[in-house]
Design a protein around this ligand. Structure first.
Ligand code: G3H
Ligand code: 13P
Ligand code: ZN
Length: 314
């Protein structure tokens, strides 16, 4: 199977009450860890690359790495997605180079401007058989070099969503309901709680329409502990409770974005090897431990959080 768009994936996920995991890729080991897990569990998967990932690895390598995974697992439904596309040109470049889905993130711009940029991307992408995700509302945290403070973040206003989707023709919509990017999502001592009331209001206005959750890492404490026990310094790293993500996946949320958890897994693996064997200097020795953690984390998400196990067979 060649790369697919997310259209069919989202339709089945919506009807089946599960979500597709969108995992960020930056290098070969991460692509391998994610796709090995998805293959073993017959789960459709979205591999997404940010502007920073494309600059780090060179987008050509990322596309070829994903093609490599498809050559190994020809029956696996895989979409290649641009995460947080900052402008039309970046989206166009991805459409032209084999991505099957792009996100245009103009969520920090005024509403009308967000509509205008998104519509331009949709026109170009749809002409080339590529689907588009856009965002309304602003998440706190750091994406590439853009940092949004908690004070400047804002929940999605459900009254805006219908107009936005109608005027842009976008295929899926990322909303802000209390998640944020990175490993420090909630203040220590507070109870993390997503705003399901906002999600419900959005769904009322957009019945059947696929919703996307960014900033959905759970920051597994076992990996934070391993990192800290092996020389790391991640204090008060807190993520989204997995039961709340499972609840979101059962409703209109069809795509759940996870990056930080993979970073934690990779880091925990590498730190463990280095601290237990300071003489290690073969990159294969430490990267394979990180890769195994990435695979374990993705397997857990597919089985216990997203609910997408076996969906590739249906
Ligand atoms: O949303 C942000 C993702 O975690 C990607 O992060 O922009 O540092 O590659 P990045
Ligand atoms: P996390 O930082 O919670 O993993 O979010 C990733 C994300 O939203 C990528 O777009
Ligand atoms: Zn994001």
């Amino acid at each position: 199977m060649a790369l697919v768009t997310t259209t069919e994936m989202f339709k089945k996920a919506y009807e089946g009450g599960y979500a597709i995991g969108a995992f960020n890729i930056n290098n070969m080991e991460i692509v391998q860890g994610i796709t090995e897990a998805a293959h073993e569990l017959n789960s459709p998967i979205i591999l997404q690359a940010s502007k920073g990932a494309r600059a780090y690895a060179n987008s050509v390598y990322l596309v070829k790495l994903v093609e490599g995974a498809l050559a190994l697992y020809p029956d696996l439904p895989v979409a290649l997605h641009l995460d947080h596309g900052p402008d039309f040109e970046t989206c166009k470049d991805c459409v032209d180079s084999g991505f099957t889905s792009v996100m245009i993130d103009a969520s920090s711009k005024p509403f009308e401007e967000n509509i205008e940029i998104t519509r331009k991307v949709v026109e170009y992408a749809h002409d080339h058989g590529v689907v588009v995700e856009a965002e309304l509302g602003t998440l706190a945290g750091i994406e590439d070099d853009v940092k949004v403070s908690a004070e400047d973040s804002s929940y999605t206003n459900p009254d805006d969503v219908e107009e936005f989707v109608t005027k842009t023709g976008v295929d899926s919509l990322a909303i802000a309901i209390g998640t944020s990017h990175g490993a420090y999502k909630f203040k220590p001592g507070t109870k993390p709680q997503l705003r399901f009331d906002i999600l419900d209001e959005v769904v009322k206005r957009l019945p059947g329409f696929p919703i996307v959750l960014h900033g959905a890492s759970s920051v597994p404490q076992e990996y934070v502990k391993i990192i800290n026990e092996h020389g790391g310094a991640l204090k008060d790293a807190i993520g989204v409770p997995e039961d709340q993500l499972r609840e979101a996946a059962r409703s209109a949320v069809c795509k759940i974005n996870i990056d930080s958890d993979l970073r934690l897994g990779m880091t925990a693996g590498i730190r463990t090897v280095f601290s237990e064997n300071p003489a290690a200097f073969d990159p294969r020795e430490y990267l394979k431990v990180g890769r195994k953690n990435v695979k374990d984390i993705v397997s857990h998400k597919i089985k216990d959080v997203l609910g997408s196990e076996g969906a590739a067979l249906k």
